[in-house]
Ligand binder design. Structure first.
Ligand code: VGL
Ligand code: ZN
Length: 187
C-alpha cells in the first residue's frame, strides 16, 4: 500500500465533492458522501506536508449542453449557485485551498479540472511536480483529471480509496486504464 508523500512540490486535487454527486443529489454516486471524512484527513496530511490543496467544482449554467433536455447524457446537475452545486457541507476545505470551477460554457462539457481552467500552468508556476487525485466521479471527472495531469507532465497518484465511480463495476477498468497511462494507484 503506497501512500502519497506530500511536500511543497505536490498538490492534492479534490475533484467535484458537491452535493449533487452525493446521496440525495441529482446525479448521486453511491458511496459519495462516505468519502468525505477520508478526504478531510487527506487534506490535513497534504497541509502538514506543505502541499497545495485544490478543489474543483462542476459549475454548469442553466440549460447546459450536457443536460438530457438539451440532448446530453446527464440529468440536470451542479447548476451554478444552486444547493446541489455547493461543496458537501462536511468537506473541510481550508480557506487557502484553490477553488477551480469547470464546465461553465453553455455548449461544451469539461470533465477534467485542467480543461479550460489554466490549472496546469498555475500549478507549474507554484513549483508543483506531482499531484494526488481523489473525489467524484472515478470513471468521469477523476479519471479525466488524472489523465490530463499526466499529459501535462505531472507525476500522478490516484487515491483509489478516496473515489467512487458512477458505474459500480467501473473501478477495476479505471484503475487499469490509469496505470497503463503511467499513473500510480494508491489503495
Ligand atoms: C461529472 C458527470 C457529469 C463528474 C460531472 O464530476 O464526475 N460527472 N458531470
Ligand atoms: Zn457535469
Amino acid at each position: 500500500m503506497t501512500r502519497m508523500e506530500y511536500g511543497p512540490d505536490t498538490a492534492l486535487l479534490v475533484v467535484d465533492m458537491q452535493n449533487d454527486f452525493c446521496e440525495g443529489g441529482a446525479l448521486a454516486i453511491p458511496g459519495g458522501a462516505a468519502l468525505v471524512p477520508g478526504i478531510n484527513a487527506e487534506i490535513e496530511a497534504a497541509r502538514r506536508g506543505g502541499a497545495l490543496v485544490v478543489a474543483s467544482r462542476d459549475w454548469h449554467p442553466i440549460d447546459h449542453a450536457s443536460f438530457d433536455h438539451r440532448g446530453g447524457p446527464w440529468p440536470v446537475h451542479c447548476v451554478q449557485d444552486t444547493p446541489g452545486a455547493a461543496f458537501h457541507p462536511q468537506l473541510a476545505l481550508p480557506g487557502d485551498a484553490i477553488r477551480v470551477s469547470k464546465a461553465t460554457a453553455f455548449d461544451i462539457d469539461a470533465y477534467s479540472a485542467f480543461d479550460g481552467t489554466g490549472l496546469a500552468g498555475y500549478l507549474r508556476g507554484r513549483g508543483v511536480k506531482r499531484v494526488a487525485v481523489c473525489g467524484l466521479a472515478m470513471d468521469v471527472c477523476v479519471k479525466a483529471t488524472a489523465l490530463e495531469a499526466c499529459r501535462e507532465g505531472f507525476g500522478v497518484t490516484l487515491l483509489a480509496r478516496l473515489t467512487e465511480p458512477v458505474e459500480s463495476d467501473a473501478r477495476q477498468g479505471c484503475q487499469r486504464e490509469l496505470q497503463d497511462a503511467g499513473i500510480e494507484v494508491s489503495q
